[in-house]
Design a protein around this ligand. Structure first.
Ligand code: NAP
Length: 503
């Protein structure tokens, strides 16, 4: 179809009060007045003009966050006091859940059904969970008697906040990944500067409104929108920032590690993935097929844990592929603002281009395009919108580029295997190590495989399930550090040992 007319799909106005930077408790435009439009992938039209923070704006945010940490009340408050405010953030995230959801759908095309059912509540859960942890950040005491005099020493080991944390987040789960970083950082007593992805900034602005309404003191949370190359880079290199908590591509993560080395920053790196989802012949077929579908096609494949390599035991390979193709045909695809739709457009033109390139690469490398592989246009779109069909490749090998490189779109590569050992070998034969899945009725086999996975997460008979209390993160090129769970507090605190001579 050729694009000739404008889309007639009506987009509601983004539910934010103003598209501005939030620095030191003040809403303001970029100091040089620069803005960039954020484009909705639903219609390819601009939905808001977002400020491009200048060097001065970023500097102001750093000074504000630094002052709020060094002089301000936040790190000096009791855990209970911080808990009260973070609980208020959680309550307001529930109250504004529909607004947060609409921001995500307008900005990155996520189905409003999922944005409402999952994302907005996950944000509230994260703030509630870490609010509960704020008064519990405690230490331990050890009695030791080291050489040379072997006299007893009482050592009090305490945890202290790091200082100013820069949270740099990607386009795919904007509000959830922001909350994943901001909630524990604040609970531990740090102050935060957030730089969201430049193509999906709306929910970050909504969150800043929530922080303000919840009564977070000025400077404790600051929002700077703008490009990674400018705004992100300035944060990464600035000596007054103590930690970079980054989620994004492996390539950018590696750059950030290099660029933060001169100022020796602590970093958390949540990076890319190419996860294997393994289906054994004794699996519950219906559930395995549904999990294979949502494993890869949830969020249009724009999820770091996407089960983009489906490893299927050869004896059931054709049945699983047929079942999956049939499953795809029954899913409502289209305008993500329609609550019946489960699969909308890709987030932006860059993502669409990348997916189309990989479909070509898969075909050139000899895989069979079993299903999808084309753009599509819902009713009323008039050839506008970054819609791309759920796409399935078969007759693929694990060495092909479509099996090794992260596409971050709705492209599934199905690979057959004959034995458990072969499935494990293929699953681990990747540079990445973020997640994995195994489907079987044999719990012993499931646990053997889960233990053998070189990945931070393994789902047995389920896929893509997350909880604020469950640690999450990568092995190998998928990064280091953990998010969620109490384990993350190590990443947002220093450990100090205070020695007392008792002799
Ligand atoms: P990306 O291109 O790496 O960008 C991520 C963030 O980094 C954006 O805010 C970006 O700003 C910023 N950035 C870019 N260059 C920078 C630089 N030189 N210095 C500092 N910041 C910089 O990733 P994406 O395309 O938004 O997201 C997709 C990737 O995220 C995938 O690889 C996916 O697997 C990964 N991801 C990982 C997890 C996880 O938990 N492991 C979760 C979700 C996504 P701009 O937007 O302005 O470029």
């Amino acid at each position: 179809m050729t694009a000739t007319l404008n889309s007639t799909i009506a987009l509601p106005k983004p539910p934010i009060k103003q598209a501005k930077l939030y620095i030191n408790g003040q809403w303001r435009s970029a100091s040089d007045g620069k803005t960039r439009p954020t484009i909705s992938p639903i219609t390819e039209t601009a939905i808001a003009d977002i400020p491009e923070a200048s060097e001065q704006d970023v500097e102001d945010a750093i000074v504000a966050a630094r002052r709020a940490f060094d002089e301000g009340p936040w790190p000096k408050m009791t855990g209970h006091e911080r808990q009260k405010i973070l609980n208020r953030v959680s309550e307001l995230s529930e109250y504004y859940a529909d607004d947060l959801a609409l921001c995500e759908t307008l900005d990155m095309g996520k189905a409003i059904y999922f944005a409402k059912a999952i994302d907005a509540h996950a944000v509230a859960d994260l703030f509630r969970y870490y609010a509960g942890m704020a008064p519990e950040i405690d230490g331990v005491t050890r009695l030791v008697a080291p050489p040379p005099d072997y006299t007893p020493k009482h050592v009090t080991i305490v945890r202290e906040p790091l200082g100013v944390v820069a949270a740099i987040t990607p386009f795919n789960l904007p509000s959830v990944l922001a909350a994943t970083k901001i909630a524990p950082a604040l609970a531990a007593g740090n102050t935060v500067i957030h730089k969201p992805a430049s193509n999906t900034p709306l929910s970050a602005i909504k969150l800043a409104e929530i922080f303000e309404e919840a009564g977070l003191p000025a400077g404790v949370y600051n929002l700077v929108t703008g490009s990674g190359a400018k705004v992100g880079d300035q944060l990464v290199k600035h000596p007054a920032i103590n930690k970079i908590s980054f989620t994004g591509s492996t390539e950018v993560g590696m750059n950030i590690i290099r660029n933060s080395a001169d100022t020796l920053k602590k970093t958390t790196m949540e990076l890319g993935g190419k996860s294997a989802n393994i289906v054994f012949a004794d699996a519950d077929m219906d559930s395995a097929i549904a999990n294979a579908f949502f494993g890869i096609f949830y969020n249009q494949g724009g999820i770091c844990t996407a089960g983009s390599r489906l490893l299927v035991e050869r004896s059931i390979h054709d049945a699983v592929v047929d079942g999956l193709v049939n499953y795809v045909s029954q899913i409502e695809l289209g305008n993500p603002l329609d609550p019946q739709v489960l699969f909308g457009p890709l987030a932006d033109a860059r993502q669409l281009e990348k997916v189309m390139q990989y479909v070509k690469i898969g075909q050139q490398d000899g895989a069979t395009l079993r299903s999808g592989g084309e753009r599509f246009y819902p009713d009323g779109s008039n050839g506008k919108g970054y819609y791309f069909q759920p796409t399935i490749f078969t007759n693929a090998t694990n060495e092909m580029r479509i099996a090794q490189e992260e596409i971050f779109g709705p492209v599934l590569t199905v690979i057959p295997f004959d034995t458990e050992a072969e499935a494990i070998r293929i699953a681990n034969s990747t540079d990445f190590g973020l997640a994995s899945g195994v489907h079987t009725r044999d719990i012993k086999k499931a646990m053997r495989v889960a233990n053998a996975m070189q990945a931070g997460t393994c789902w047995i008979n389920c896929y893509n399930i997350f909880d604020a209390s469950v640690p999450f993160g990568g092995y190998k090129s998928s990064g280091f550090g953990r998010e969620n769970g109490k384990e993350v507090m190590e990443d947002y605190t220093h450990t100090k040992a205070i020695w007392i001579d008792l002799s």
